[in-house]
Ligand binder design. Structure first.
Ligand code: SF4
Length: 318
Protein backbone atom coordinates (compact mmCIF):
# COMPACT_ATOMS: atom_id res chain seq x y z
CA UNK A 1 0.00 0.00 0.00
CA UNK A 2 1.44 3.32 -0.96
CA UNK A 3 0.81 6.14 1.44
CA UNK A 4 0.09 9.54 0.04
CA UNK A 5 1.38 12.84 1.32
CA UNK A 6 -0.20 14.36 4.39
CA UNK A 7 -0.51 17.83 2.92
CA UNK A 8 -3.61 18.71 0.94
CA UNK A 9 -2.60 18.63 -2.72
CA UNK A 10 -3.08 21.60 -5.00
CA UNK A 11 -6.37 20.41 -6.49
CA UNK A 12 -6.37 23.10 -9.12
CA UNK A 13 -3.28 21.75 -10.83
CA UNK A 14 -3.52 19.57 -13.88
CA UNK A 15 -3.51 15.78 -13.66
CA UNK A 16 -1.03 14.13 -15.92
CA UNK A 17 0.24 10.55 -16.16
CA UNK A 18 2.74 11.21 -18.92
CA UNK A 19 3.52 14.24 -20.96
CA UNK A 20 1.08 12.94 -23.60
CA UNK A 21 -1.76 12.50 -21.14
CA UNK A 22 -4.77 14.77 -21.20
CA UNK A 23 -5.17 17.13 -18.28
CA UNK A 24 -8.18 18.15 -16.26
CA UNK A 25 -8.70 20.28 -13.17
CA UNK A 26 -9.07 17.84 -10.29
CA UNK A 27 -11.77 19.74 -8.42
CA UNK A 28 -14.14 19.62 -11.39
CA UNK A 29 -14.94 15.94 -10.81
CA UNK A 30 -15.54 15.94 -7.08
CA UNK A 31 -18.71 18.00 -6.59
CA UNK A 32 -20.83 16.47 -9.41
CA UNK A 33 -19.78 12.98 -8.40
CA UNK A 34 -20.69 13.60 -4.75
CA UNK A 35 -24.09 14.94 -5.80
CA UNK A 36 -24.74 11.95 -8.06
CA UNK A 37 -23.61 9.51 -5.34
CA UNK A 38 -25.98 11.04 -2.80
CA UNK A 39 -28.93 10.36 -5.10
CA UNK A 40 -27.98 7.07 -6.75
CA UNK A 41 -25.70 4.94 -4.58
CA UNK A 42 -26.91 1.51 -3.53
CA UNK A 43 -27.66 0.90 0.13
CA UNK A 44 -25.06 -1.79 0.86
CA UNK A 45 -24.62 -3.04 4.44
CA UNK A 46 -20.86 -2.55 4.47
CA UNK A 47 -21.30 1.11 3.49
CA UNK A 48 -23.71 2.03 6.26
CA UNK A 49 -22.44 4.36 8.98
CA UNK A 50 -22.74 1.59 11.58
CA UNK A 51 -20.80 -0.99 9.53
CA UNK A 52 -17.98 -2.44 11.63
CA UNK A 53 -14.42 -2.71 10.30
CA UNK A 54 -14.93 -6.51 10.36
CA UNK A 55 -18.00 -6.19 8.15
CA UNK A 56 -16.00 -4.03 5.75
CA UNK A 57 -13.05 -6.43 5.71
CA UNK A 58 -15.31 -9.45 5.07
CA UNK A 59 -17.11 -7.60 2.27
CA UNK A 60 -13.85 -6.61 0.60
CA UNK A 61 -12.58 -10.19 0.66
CA UNK A 62 -15.87 -11.54 -0.71
CA UNK A 63 -16.13 -8.84 -3.39
CA UNK A 64 -12.64 -9.56 -4.73
CA UNK A 65 -13.97 -12.04 -7.28
CA UNK A 66 -17.72 -12.26 -6.66
CA UNK A 67 -20.48 -9.85 -7.73
CA UNK A 68 -22.42 -7.79 -5.18
CA UNK A 69 -25.70 -9.69 -5.75
CA UNK A 70 -24.09 -12.97 -4.64
CA UNK A 71 -22.06 -11.39 -1.85
CA UNK A 72 -25.06 -9.75 -0.12
CA UNK A 73 -26.65 -12.94 1.31
CA UNK A 74 -23.27 -14.57 1.97
CA UNK A 75 -22.01 -11.50 3.82
CA UNK A 76 -25.17 -11.33 5.97
CA UNK A 77 -24.93 -15.04 6.85
CA UNK A 78 -21.20 -14.79 7.63
CA UNK A 79 -21.68 -11.79 9.94
CA UNK A 80 -24.66 -13.44 11.64
CA UNK A 81 -22.59 -16.54 12.39
CA UNK A 82 -19.29 -14.81 13.13
CA UNK A 83 -19.97 -11.19 14.18
CA UNK A 84 -16.32 -10.49 14.96
CA UNK A 85 -12.86 -11.97 14.28
CA UNK A 86 -12.58 -13.92 17.59
CA UNK A 87 -15.84 -15.75 16.78
CA UNK A 88 -14.45 -16.93 13.45
CA UNK A 89 -11.06 -17.70 14.98
CA UNK A 90 -12.76 -20.12 17.39
CA UNK A 91 -14.25 -22.10 14.48
CA UNK A 92 -12.33 -24.54 12.30
CA UNK A 93 -11.13 -23.75 8.76
CA UNK A 94 -13.50 -26.51 7.60
CA UNK A 95 -16.49 -24.57 8.97
CA UNK A 96 -15.28 -21.45 7.15
CA UNK A 97 -15.01 -23.33 3.83
CA UNK A 98 -18.48 -24.85 4.28
CA UNK A 99 -19.98 -21.46 5.13
CA UNK A 100 -18.24 -19.99 2.06
CA UNK A 101 -20.31 -22.45 0.09
CA UNK A 102 -20.32 -21.63 -3.64
CA UNK A 103 -18.98 -18.06 -3.61
CA UNK A 104 -15.98 -19.26 -5.62
CA UNK A 105 -12.23 -19.03 -5.05
CA UNK A 106 -12.58 -20.71 -1.64
CA UNK A 107 -8.98 -20.05 -0.67
CA UNK A 108 -10.40 -16.72 0.44
CA UNK A 109 -12.33 -18.53 3.20
CA UNK A 110 -9.20 -20.24 4.52
CA UNK A 111 -7.26 -16.98 4.45
CA UNK A 112 -10.07 -15.05 6.10
CA UNK A 113 -10.09 -17.65 8.86
CA UNK A 114 -6.30 -17.33 9.22
CA UNK A 115 -6.70 -13.54 9.31
CA UNK A 116 -9.29 -13.82 12.08
CA UNK A 117 -6.84 -15.93 14.10
CA UNK A 118 -4.05 -13.39 13.60
CA UNK A 119 -6.34 -10.45 14.42
CA UNK A 120 -7.37 -12.25 17.59
CA UNK A 121 -3.89 -13.26 18.73
CA UNK A 122 -1.92 -10.21 17.61
CA UNK A 123 -4.43 -7.36 17.73
CA UNK A 124 -6.74 -8.35 20.59
CA UNK A 125 -9.60 -9.13 18.21
CA UNK A 126 -9.73 -5.63 16.69
CA UNK A 127 -9.07 -4.97 13.03
CA UNK A 128 -5.75 -3.10 12.76
CA UNK A 129 -6.05 0.44 11.38
CA UNK A 130 -2.79 0.86 9.52
CA UNK A 131 -2.56 -0.27 5.93
CA UNK A 132 0.80 -1.91 6.71
CA UNK A 133 -0.67 -4.07 9.48
CA UNK A 134 -3.72 -4.86 7.36
CA UNK A 135 -1.48 -5.98 4.53
CA UNK A 136 0.27 -8.41 6.85
CA UNK A 137 -3.00 -10.37 7.17
CA UNK A 138 -3.37 -13.51 5.01
CA UNK A 139 -5.19 -12.80 1.75
CA UNK A 140 -5.03 -9.02 2.18
CA UNK A 141 -3.18 -7.31 -0.67
CA UNK A 142 -2.52 -3.68 -1.41
CA UNK A 143 -6.00 -2.97 -2.71
CA UNK A 144 -7.85 -4.57 0.22
CA UNK A 145 -5.58 -2.93 2.81
CA UNK A 146 -6.20 0.48 1.23
CA UNK A 147 -9.94 -0.12 1.00
CA UNK A 148 -10.29 -1.15 4.66
CA UNK A 149 -8.00 1.63 5.93
CA UNK A 150 -10.01 4.13 3.90
CA UNK A 151 -13.60 2.92 4.30
CA UNK A 152 -13.35 1.65 7.90
CA UNK A 153 -10.95 4.21 9.36
CA UNK A 154 -11.21 7.27 7.09
CA UNK A 155 -7.57 7.22 6.08
CA UNK A 156 -6.37 8.81 2.87
CA UNK A 157 -5.42 6.03 0.46
CA UNK A 158 -5.98 5.54 -3.25
CA UNK A 159 -8.41 2.63 -3.66
CA UNK A 160 -7.96 1.17 -7.13
CA UNK A 161 -10.29 -1.67 -7.97
CA UNK A 162 -11.30 -2.66 -11.51
CA UNK A 163 -14.22 -0.21 -11.53
CA UNK A 164 -12.08 2.73 -10.41
CA UNK A 165 -9.33 1.84 -12.90
CA UNK A 166 -11.84 1.74 -15.73
CA UNK A 167 -13.51 5.05 -14.82
CA UNK A 168 -10.19 6.89 -14.47
CA UNK A 169 -8.91 5.42 -17.75
CA UNK A 170 -11.94 6.80 -19.59
CA UNK A 171 -12.47 10.00 -17.69
CA UNK A 172 -8.88 11.25 -17.54
CA UNK A 173 -6.91 9.36 -20.18
CA UNK A 174 -9.61 8.84 -22.80
CA UNK A 175 -8.91 5.09 -23.01
CA UNK A 176 -11.87 2.75 -23.07
CA UNK A 177 -10.07 0.24 -20.84
CA UNK A 178 -7.01 0.43 -18.59
CA UNK A 179 -3.96 -1.73 -19.26
CA UNK A 180 -4.24 -5.35 -18.13
CA UNK A 181 -1.82 -4.77 -15.25
CA UNK A 182 -2.00 -1.80 -12.91
CA UNK A 183 0.90 0.62 -13.35
CA UNK A 184 2.67 3.00 -11.00
CA UNK A 185 1.36 5.86 -13.17
CA UNK A 186 -2.23 4.78 -12.51
CA UNK A 187 -1.61 4.78 -8.79
CA UNK A 188 -0.04 8.24 -8.99
CA UNK A 189 -3.03 9.50 -10.92
CA UNK A 190 -5.48 8.05 -8.38
CA UNK A 191 -3.49 9.57 -5.52
CA UNK A 192 -3.42 12.98 -7.20
CA UNK A 193 -7.21 12.95 -7.42
CA UNK A 194 -7.76 12.24 -3.71
CA UNK A 195 -9.18 15.05 -1.59
CA UNK A 196 -6.81 16.00 1.20
CA UNK A 197 -9.06 14.92 4.07
CA UNK A 198 -9.25 11.17 4.75
CA UNK A 199 -13.05 11.01 5.06
CA UNK A 200 -13.50 13.05 1.89
CA UNK A 201 -11.00 10.83 0.13
CA UNK A 202 -13.01 7.75 1.15
CA UNK A 203 -16.19 9.37 -0.19
CA UNK A 204 -14.48 10.20 -3.47
CA UNK A 205 -13.19 6.64 -3.84
CA UNK A 206 -16.51 4.99 -3.11
CA UNK A 207 -18.22 7.44 -5.50
CA UNK A 208 -15.89 6.54 -8.38
CA UNK A 209 -16.32 2.87 -7.54
CA UNK A 210 -20.11 3.17 -7.61
CA UNK A 211 -20.04 5.13 -10.87
CA UNK A 212 -18.03 2.30 -12.43
CA UNK A 213 -20.44 -0.31 -11.09
CA UNK A 214 -23.67 1.44 -12.16
CA UNK A 215 -22.94 3.83 -15.04
CA UNK A 216 -19.43 3.55 -16.47
CA UNK A 217 -19.78 -0.20 -16.85
CA UNK A 218 -17.31 -2.46 -18.61
CA UNK A 219 -19.08 -3.16 -21.90
CA UNK A 220 -21.62 -0.36 -22.40
CA UNK A 221 -21.11 2.84 -20.39
CA UNK A 222 -24.33 4.87 -19.98
CA UNK A 223 -22.75 8.22 -20.69
CA UNK A 224 -26.11 10.00 -20.98
CA UNK A 225 -26.63 9.33 -17.25
CA UNK A 226 -23.08 10.17 -16.18
CA UNK A 227 -22.50 13.22 -13.94
CA UNK A 228 -18.98 13.56 -15.39
CA UNK A 229 -19.88 13.35 -19.07
CA UNK A 230 -19.03 17.01 -19.68
CA UNK A 231 -15.47 16.36 -18.52
CA UNK A 232 -14.88 12.90 -19.93
CA UNK A 233 -11.76 12.53 -22.08
CA UNK A 234 -13.10 9.38 -23.79
CA UNK A 235 -16.22 11.22 -24.94
CA UNK A 236 -14.13 14.23 -25.98
CA UNK A 237 -11.99 11.94 -28.14
CA UNK A 238 -15.10 10.68 -29.95
CA UNK A 239 -15.49 7.35 -28.10
CA UNK A 240 -12.50 5.51 -29.62
CA UNK A 241 -13.05 1.75 -29.92
CA UNK A 242 -11.28 -0.51 -27.41
CA UNK A 243 -8.41 -2.71 -28.58
CA UNK A 244 -9.32 -6.35 -29.18
CA UNK A 245 -8.56 -8.56 -26.22
CA UNK A 246 -7.93 -12.27 -26.28
CA UNK A 247 -10.99 -14.29 -25.24
CA UNK A 248 -10.80 -15.68 -21.74
CA UNK A 249 -10.33 -19.41 -21.26
CA UNK A 250 -13.49 -21.51 -20.92
CA UNK A 251 -14.56 -22.61 -17.42
CA UNK A 252 -16.02 -25.86 -18.81
CA UNK A 253 -13.54 -28.68 -18.26
CA UNK A 254 -11.00 -26.38 -16.60
CA UNK A 255 -8.94 -27.18 -13.52
CA UNK A 256 -11.03 -24.55 -11.75
CA UNK A 257 -14.21 -26.47 -12.47
CA UNK A 258 -12.55 -29.73 -11.42
CA UNK A 259 -11.36 -28.22 -8.12
CA UNK A 260 -14.84 -26.86 -7.49
CA UNK A 261 -16.40 -30.29 -8.08
CA UNK A 262 -13.98 -32.02 -5.70
CA UNK A 263 -14.48 -29.38 -3.04
CA UNK A 264 -18.26 -29.63 -3.35
CA UNK A 265 -18.07 -33.32 -2.32
CA UNK A 266 -16.05 -32.43 0.77
CA UNK A 267 -18.23 -29.46 1.69
CA UNK A 268 -21.35 -31.59 1.65
CA UNK A 269 -19.75 -34.38 3.71
CA UNK A 270 -19.88 -34.12 7.49
CA UNK A 271 -16.20 -35.07 7.75
CA UNK A 272 -13.34 -36.72 5.86
CA UNK A 273 -14.28 -39.24 3.15
CA UNK A 274 -12.30 -42.08 1.48
CA UNK A 275 -10.37 -40.61 -1.46
CA UNK A 276 -12.24 -42.91 -3.88
CA UNK A 277 -15.44 -41.00 -3.16
CA UNK A 278 -14.01 -38.19 -5.25
CA UNK A 279 -13.79 -40.42 -8.33
CA UNK A 280 -17.41 -39.88 -9.28
CA UNK A 281 -17.00 -36.11 -9.07
CA UNK A 282 -14.59 -35.89 -12.04
CA UNK A 283 -14.06 -38.38 -14.85
CA UNK A 284 -10.48 -37.50 -15.87
CA UNK A 285 -8.33 -39.24 -13.25
CA UNK A 286 -5.11 -37.39 -14.18
CA UNK A 287 -6.76 -34.00 -13.90
CA UNK A 288 -8.55 -35.09 -10.72
CA UNK A 289 -5.27 -36.15 -9.04
CA UNK A 290 -3.55 -32.96 -10.13
CA UNK A 291 -6.35 -30.77 -8.82
CA UNK A 292 -6.59 -32.68 -5.54
CA UNK A 293 -2.85 -32.20 -5.04
CA UNK A 294 -3.27 -28.47 -5.76
CA UNK A 295 -6.14 -28.20 -3.27
CA UNK A 296 -3.97 -29.86 -0.62
CA UNK A 297 -1.03 -27.57 -1.45
CA UNK A 298 -3.34 -24.55 -1.13
CA UNK A 299 -4.48 -25.67 2.34
CA UNK A 300 -8.08 -26.17 1.21
CA UNK A 301 -8.05 -29.95 1.63
CA UNK A 302 -6.23 -32.14 4.16
CA UNK A 303 -5.16 -35.75 3.88
CA UNK A 304 -5.92 -37.69 7.06
CA UNK A 305 -3.85 -40.60 8.47
CA UNK A 306 -6.41 -43.26 7.48
CA UNK A 307 -6.06 -42.25 3.81
CA UNK A 308 -9.25 -40.22 3.75
CA UNK A 309 -9.45 -36.60 2.59
CA UNK A 310 -11.47 -33.73 4.04
CA UNK A 311 -11.59 -30.05 4.74
CA UNK A 312 -8.85 -28.67 7.03
CA UNK A 313 -9.80 -29.07 10.67
CA UNK A 314 -12.51 -31.64 9.97
CA UNK A 315 -13.16 -34.00 12.88
CA UNK A 316 -11.92 -37.53 12.19
CA UNK A 317 -14.31 -40.18 13.56
CA UNK A 318 -12.77 -42.73 15.98
S1 SF4 B 1 -19.03 9.88 -19.72
FE1 SF4 B 1 -19.24 7.71 -20.16
S2 SF4 B 1 -17.16 6.91 -20.42
FE2 SF4 B 1 -17.00 8.94 -19.46
S3 SF4 B 1 -16.86 8.49 -17.27
FE3 SF4 B 1 -19.04 8.85 -17.73
S4 SF4 B 1 -19.91 6.83 -18.20
FE4 SF4 B 1 -17.67 6.67 -18.26
Amino acid sequence: MTRVGRCRPDVTRSVSMTTADPVAPVHAYEAPLALWYAGHARDLPWRRPDASPWSILVSEIMLQQTPVSRVLPAHAAWLARWPDPPALAAASPAEAVRQWDRLGYPRRAVRLHASAQLITSRHGGRIPESAGELRALPGVGGYTAAAVASFAFGQRHAVLDTNVRRVLARLVRGDFLPAAAQSAAELRLAESLLPGDGMQAAKWSVGVMELGALVCTAARPRCADCPLAGQCAWLAKGRPAPPQRRPTASYEGSDRQCRGSLLAVLRLASGPVPAQELNAAWHDSGQRDRCLAALIADGLVSRYPNGSVGLPGDCVPD
